[in-house]
Ligand binder design. Structure first.
Ligand code: ZN
Length: 371
C-alpha cells in the first residue's frame, strides 16, 4: 500500500471517493470465539456437547463473514474451538475458500486439570474438557502442551490462570511462557482476579484478558512491564439488548450502575498507562450479527469515558502492537497491509452512529464488503 497526497496513479485505476466518510485501518478484535455460540440461558459446555466439529466450522465461517462486514479485518481467536478447529477456519480464509478476517489463533486454552466447564456429569466433563482445552499438571506437561500447539499451527498461547477450582502453578506458567517465548510466540492469560494475576505477571505473560477489578499496584506493574490488558467488559447497550431479547424487565439506571465499576476499571487502567487492547469476548447467541455484537464492547469503552480516538486506537494500533503486527495492520501507511474500514459520517463526532454504518471494507487491497 502507498499513502500520500500526490501519488502517481496508473491509468485505468478505479477511484473510490470517500471524502465525506471516515476511513480507519481495518478494525481488530483481539478476543474472539468464533467456534462457540452459547445460548443465553445455557452453560458454556452445551455448545460443545450438542454440535459436531463440522457444524461448528460451518457456523464459524458465517461468523467470520459477519466480522468482515462489520469492519474487522483481523481477529485473534482465543479458544473454545474444539481440537484446533480455529486453525482449520484460519487456513480456509487464507486459501480463499471462505471469506473472513485475517485470523490469529490460540488452539485449545492451556489450563489446570479442572478447566472451565462445570455442571456436567463426570464422564462428559472429562471428554468435553479434553476436547475444548489442554489440561496439564506439572512443568513437563506444560512444556509439551506448548510444543504441541506450535506444531498444530497456533499463533499465540492462551492460558487459563484460574479454572473452576484449580489455578496453574507459578512453575507451570513459567514453563509455558519460557517455552512459548523460545519459539517466538506470545502468551496471554485469562484472568479476572487480582490475586491470581500476580503469578502470571511473575511468570512473564505478555497480556491479560478480562482483568476485572485489578488493584492500582497491579496495573502499575503491568504498565511498567508493557503487559497489555484486553478489557472484555459489556456495554449498557449490550445489556439492554440482552434484557429485551430475554423478555426481562429492566431499569436503565440499574444497568448503568451495575456497569459503572467496569467503567472505572477501564479508565483507571488507561490512566495508569496500561496499553488497552479491544477484545469483545463475543460468544453468546445474541440474535445479532456476530460482528455487530463484537462492536458492543467498543461502544462500551466509549460510554465508559474513552474518547472516540482512544477507543479506535484500542481496536487498531494498540491491538496491532499486542499481536506483534504493528507495521502491517492497525495503521494506514506505506508498506502496511491495505486493510481499511470506511464508515458513513464523522466517526469522531458521531461515534456511536457512524460505527455501525459501514460503507466499505478492504482486506489486503481487496474489497470484501461494499454498501
Ligand atoms: Zn473469552
Amino acid at each position: 500500500m502507498k499513502v500520500g497526497q500526490s501519488l502517481d496513479v496508473p491509468e485505468n485505476t478505479e477511484v473510490l471517493d470517500y471524502r465525506n466518510f471516515t476511513i480507519t485501518p481495518g478494525l481488530i478484535d483481539s478476543h474472539t470465539h468464533i467456534l462457540t455460540n452459547q445460548g443465553l440461558n445455557e452453560d458454556l459446555s452445551i455448545d460443545a456437547v450438542m454440535n459436531s466439529s463440522e457444524s461448528r466450522v460451518l457456523r464459524a465461517a458465517y461468523f467470520a463473514d459477519s466480522y468482515l462486514n462489520a469492519g474487522f479485518t483481523t481477529i485473534r481467536d482465543l479458544g473454545n474451538s474444539g481440537q484446533y478447529l480455529d486453525v482449520e477456519v484460519k487456513n480456509a480464509i487464507e486459501k480463499g475458500y471462505i471469506k473472513g478476517p485475517r485470523m490469529l489463533v490460540s488452539g485449545p486454552i492451556i489450563g489446570s486439570m479442572d478447566g472451565q466447564f462445570y455442571h456436567l456429569p463426570v464422564k462428559d466433563f472429562q471428554r468435553i474438557s479434553e476436547q475444548e482445552q489442554t489440561m496439564i499438571s506439572g512443568v513437563e506437561e506444560a512444556k509439551k502442551a506448548v510444543k504441541e500447539h506450535i506444531v498444530q499451527g497456533v499463533d499465540v498461547i492462551k492460558i487459563l490462570a484460574i479454572g473452576n477450582r484449580l489455578t496453574l502453578s507459578l512453575d507451570e506458567m513459567k514453563a509455558i511462557v519460557q517455552t512459548a517465548h523460545e519459539q517466538r510466540l506470545k502468551v496471554t492469560v485469562h484472568c479476572d482476579r487480582d490475586w491470581a494475576v500476580q503469578a502470571a505477571i511473575e511468570a512473564g505473560v505478555d497480556g491479560v484478558e478480562h482483568g476485572y477489578g485489578f488493584r492500582d499496584t497491579t496495573l502499575k506493574i503491568m504498565a511498567k512491564k508493557g503487559i497489555y490488558l484486553v478489557p472484555t467488559y459489556g456495554s449498557v447497550k449490550g445489556a439492554v439488548h440482552y434484557h429485551e431479547i430475554m423478555n426481562l424487565k429492566y431499569n436503565i439506571e440499574d444497568i448503568r450502575n451495575s456497569l459503572e465499576r467496569r467503567g472505572k476499571d477501564l479508565i483507571r487502567a488507561s490512566q495508569l498507562g496500561v496499553r488497552i487492547v479491544a477484545g469483545s469476548d463475543a460468544y453468546h447467541d445474541t440474535k445479532m450479527p456476530r460482528g455487530d455484537d463484537a462492536k458492543q464492547t467498543i461502544w462500551g469503552y466509549y460510554d465508559y469515558g474513552l474518547s472516540a480516538e482512544d477507543v479506535l486506537k484500542t481496536a487498531t494500533a494498540n491491538a496491532a502492537i499486542a499481536l506483534e503486527m504493528k507495521d502491517q495492520i492497525g495503521v494506514i501507511k506505506e508498506n502496511a497491509f491495505a486493510d481499511l474500514a470506511v464508515f458513513e459520517g464523522d466517526l469522531k463526532k458521531d461515534f456511536k452512529k457512524s460505527l455501525f454504518q459501514v460503507k466499505m471494507v478492504m482486506k489486503d487491497g481487496k474489497i470484501q464488503y461494499q454498501k
